[in-house]
Design a protein around this ligand. Structure first.
Ligand code: NIG
Ligand code: FE
Length: 412
């Protein structure tokens, strides 16, 4: 089946297949063609170019995009969208003055979500999670990474990972799965860290590998959670099963975790609300993608990742949502891109690069996603009529998406 999109005001993020990520000052460039067409065959991009060269052959579907911009769908490389219930009461507690740490210390936070996961059936967990997956597809996300980490028991973690697998089997959106057993220490292991790490390494990981339930491994490297040394143990264990690391680090404190992640060749380091010069120096010498999560900063009122400092130092940067019940109950990448521009002083070009090609890199799918490239998946957002693509982050509260295509099919 062939789909032709014509009269595109501007076709954004056209890239050669060799580009896997963009860094530093290159992030200011967003290659595009004005007055363009895009030709799709089945699930892939077949061709694109200027309207002057638009093919006149018969196609099955013709979409007129006069006045509209077309760009690749968002690649959201960090989410926790498989969760049970919600944490609305903690949201109100925070409004009334409690901090994230205070809420966690009295049994809220991750442990609150873990309790809910261990009480819910796999079927019900799938039902609740698919609603969020369908919502983000409507909002223009065409690839997403989803983590476990609210089980914290063998059964709970496996349940979450099976739901992620089932979502991947039932929806056209590309899904990468990350095992985050090392998200927090269960109450019974508060004083017995090695006991819980032993369960992760010797019980959870072998089962997960046996059922082929995860692509990556994660840990929450943070004061009060997993120490740098414990995180290294997790990364090493993951490596034995071929799971590369994507690590939660530098959210509240810089404890030299980034250096350890780089040493272990992590695919990404995520959060980075607090970043030191040493962290930047370590990342400069690596292939590890730093990932910022501005909706999390917004929702729990913590600093934004110092994007300007990092990009100006020559680093790449990706943007993701962190969609989860505690710190970011939103999976809207349009809001992430706008917030990156408004609060982190990223230019629209930088923010779109961060949310597409660099996001694809941060989840290991840059070969097939993240740019308008011949042969890549036909994952595109067609905007409503806009004056230019700058309107997308400018009109931050408006829904400017007209149509989303994932693997060549219109998402209804
Ligand atoms: O990425 N920081 C660690 N994990 C999640 C939130 C966990 C929660 O509060 O449920 C995050 O923000
Ligand atoms: Fe997270």
């Amino acid at each position: 089946m062939k789909t032709l999109i014509t009269n595109i005001q501007e076709l954004l993020q056209i890239r050669d297949a060799s580009i896997q990520k963009v860094s530093g000052s290159d992030m200011k460039q967003l290659p595009s063609i004005k007055n363009a067409y895009l030709l799709i065959e089945d699930d892939c991009i077949l061709d694109f170019g200027s309207m002057e060269n638009c093919p006149i052959n018969e196609v099955d579907v013709n979409i007129d995009a006069t006045g509209k911009v077309v760009l690749p769908t968002w690649c959201d490389s960090h989410t926790h969208i498989v969760y049970a219930g919600n944490r609305i009461l903690e949201f109100v507690d925070r409004i009334n003055g409690l901090s994230y740490e205070e809420i966690a210390n009295r049994g809220g936070g991750i442990l609150n979500s873990a309790k809910k996961i261990n009480e819910i059936s796999e079927k019900e967990l799938f039902q609740q999670s698919k609603v969020r997956l369908e919502e983000i597809m409507q909002q223009g996300t065409g690839a997403v990474e989803i983590k476990s980490g609210y089980g914290l028991t063998v059964e709970g973690e496996i349940k979450m990972l099976r739901v992620i697998k089932k979502l991947a089997q039932n929806y056209p959106i590309k899904i990468k799965s990350t095992f985050l057993g090392a998200h927090a220490f269960p109450v019974d292991y508060k004083e017995n860290h090695s006991g819980y790490i032993d369960i992760i390494i010797n019980e959870m990981l072998p089962k997960i590998a046996q059922e082929n339930l995860a692509d990556y491994i994660d840990a929450f490297c943070e004061t009060g959670y997993f120490s740098v040394q414990e995180t290294e143990q997790i990364m090493e264990a993951g490596k034995k099963y071929g799971l590369q690391a994507k690590i939660h680090v530098n959210q509240f404190n810089a404890i030299n975790g980034i250096n350890a992640c780089v040493k272990h060749n992590a695919l990404s380091v995520d959060h980075l609300e607090v970043v030191t010069d040493e962290d930047i120096a370590a990342l400069k010498k690596s292939d590890t993608m730093p990932v910022a999560l501005p909706s999390c900063s917004y929702f729990i009122s913590i600093p934004y990742t110092p994007a300007r400092k990092m990009i100006d130092a020559g680093l790449p940067l990706a943007l993701a949502t962190d969609f989860n019940p505690g710190t970011t109950p939103s999976g809207n990448m349009n809001f992430v891109v706008a917030t990156a521009c408004i609060k982190m002083k990223m230019t629209p070009e930088e923010a779109i690069n961060a949310a597409t090609i660099n996001g694809a890199y941060a989840m290991g799918i840059a070969e097939t996603h993240g740019s308008i490239t011949i042969g890549k998946k036909a994952n595109v957002i067609i905007s409503k009529e806009v004056t230019s693509f700058y309107q997308l982050p400018y009109a931050f509260g408006s829904n400017l998406i007209d149509t989303v295509l994932i693997e060549g099919k219109i998402i209804q």
